[in-house]
Design a protein around this ligand. Structure first.
Ligand code: GSY
Length: 171
């Protein structure tokens, strides 16, 4: 495990297709630590799993000293806070938070892989990723050319008051 003493860029992907999808994303973004940028919110067709409704997806950039493991704990805490119940793999969910990328760090453990193993295959990740980390896009990838993905909202950046009430890694 890498223990970072200086902050580095980390990217998280958020998705929701159950309940008040936008409210779930907004609450999670406000509670995440060390957020420096938030992509647009995109409505995206579901990929994989059973028949289910469309998702709202976004990508968040952090500048953080948290490790990949700590970020996974933060992500899971936000999913629990959104009332997520794990029923079936790739099924509908109130909130999904994936650790996509941490500059200079790779993790290959049974429950955590960084970079996320499918991040470069999924338009619902790449299109919002283009808003905050275009340097990571595969060569030639054009988010404007992707069909069926529509920017539907922008989330307000968190205020200092949000940060004071935000979740730490163990929450
Ligand atoms: O892997 C994240 C959850 N998820 C999504 C998602 O966030 N967006 C879309 N469009 N399809 C998805 N399928 C799964 S599983």
């Amino acid at each position: 495990m890498t223990v970072a003493t200086t902050s580095r860029r980390a990217l998280l992907a958020l998705g929701s297709n159950l309940g008040d999808r936008r409210a779930h994303l907004e609450a999670a973004v406000r509670a995440l630590p060390d957020v420096v940028a938030v992509s647009g919110v995109y409505e995206t067709p579901p990929v994989g799993g059973p028949e289910q409704g469309p998702y709202l997806n976004c990508v968040v950039e952090l500048r953080t000293t948290l490790s990949a493991r700590q970020l996974l704990e933060v992500a899971r805490a936000r999913e629990r806070a959104a009332g997520r119940v794990r029923r079936e793999r790739w099924g509908p969910r109130t909130l999904d938070v994936d650790v996509l990328w941490i500059d200079g760090e790779t993790v290959d453990e049974p429950d955590l892989e960084v970079p996320h193993p499918r991040m470069f295959e999924r338009d619902f990740v790449l299109v919002p990723l283009a808003d905050v980390a275009a340097d990571l896009l595969p060569a030639g990838y054009d988010p404007a050319a992707v069909p069926d993905i529509v920017r539907v909202a922008d989330l307000a950046p968190a205020t200092p008051a949000d940060a004071e009430g935000g979740a730490g890694p163990g929450e």
